[in-house]
Design a protein around this ligand. Structure first.
Ligand code: G3P
Length: 301
């Protein structure tokens, strides 16, 4: 599994690169804003992005701003021409840039993906929330598809009436296995009370239970990634899946267990991954047990 860093902070990027585990980086306008605001007046946007592209040992995803086909293609070409001479660049295009019901932009993302990909520009399709969107992104020629796992977990929890900041924090692990187990039990109990099989489709208690804890058959962000990988493997798509919007180490482990191609991780999540209480305790014990004779092995004569 490749690890990308999901930040536009140069300090974080160079520190993580120094750990020897970074294969690329992903940015978005919000991440760039945060990073550049902190250096107000000290650096131009061009210089800043060039620096990122130069130091990252792999693709750096840069996002377009526009929502129409023409804008996205023009901006995608411009970003690619400007920065690809300094390193590897991928252009981030939203799978569906529509923000209003009747703006007519729903397919402009797919058209832009196809156009840029045909021109040899690698496209990272962003804001993927369903396996169907990921299938369309691959069909349109995307080099990468980025499902937003954490945001799907947020959405499913919100659907159960849970509030972020109150019932759970942004970085909290969402125990989707526990939820599924609880649901299955409740469903079994309800089904046991029915008189006939066809009632499973009309019983109102069961209907309510079926609607809980899922988004149209997707049970979590990790489940979204699993479903996309299964579809891509079924048809041999070359599009690489970038598990995005990951907020804790356990989510990273779960997408790695699925064999995801890439995980893009905030700096803090990478830092979380190296920690364990028993590792630190073990280090303390080993350090306390060092005898002078052993230490002398390493002393320069
Ligand atoms: O890679 C996508 C990421 O930047 C969004 O993360 O945590 O804001 O959903 P998040």
């Amino acid at each position: 599994m490749k690890i990308f860093i999901d930040t536009a902070e140069l300090d974080e990027i160079s520190e993580a690169i120094s750990w020897g585990i970074i294969d690329g980086a992903t940015t978005n306008p919000s991440l760039i804003k945060k990073a550049v605001d902190r250096r107000a007046g000290k650096v131009t946007m061009d210089e800043y992005i060039r620096e990122i592209v130069k130091i990252v040992p792999g693709p750096v995803s840069l996002e377009v701003l526009g929502g129409t086909f023409d804008e996205m293609v023009t901006q995608g070409r411009l970003l690619y021409e400007k920065f690809s001479p300094y390193g590897e660049v991928a252009i981030k295009i939203p799978v569906n840039p529509s923000i209003r019901k009747d703006d007519g932009l729903e397919f402009d993302g797919l058209r832009a993906i196809r156009q840029l990909s045909d021109e040899g520009i690698p496209v990272n399709v962003t804001l993927i929330m369903t396996p169907e969107q990921a299938l369309l992104a691959a069909k349109a020629g995307a080099a990468y598809a980025s499902p937003f796992a954490g945001r799907i977990d947020d959405y499913i929890r919100a659907g159960m009436g849970m509030k972020r900041g109150v019932d759970f924090q942004k970085g909290d692990y969402f125990d989707h296995a526990l939820l599924r187990k609880a649901l299955e039990r409740k469903m079994d109990e309800t089904i046991d009370r029915l008189d006939s099989i066809p009632e499973v489709y009309v019983n109102s208690d069961l209907k309510k239970l079926v609607a809980v804890g899922q988004d149209n058959g997707v049970f979590s962000g990790v489940d979204l990634v699993a479903k996309i990988l299964r579809i891509y493997r079924n048809y041999g798509f070359k599009t690489e899946v970038i598990a995005a919007s990951l907020r804790n180490a356990r989510q990273v482990r779960e997408v790695a267990e699925l064999g995801v191609h890439i995980a893009t991780l905030p700096f803090e999540v990478i830092k979380q991954m190296v920690k364990h209480y028993k590792t630190t305790e073990g280090m303390k014990n080993f350090t306390a047990d060092i005898v002078p004779q052993y230490r002398s092995l390493f002393e320069q004569k």
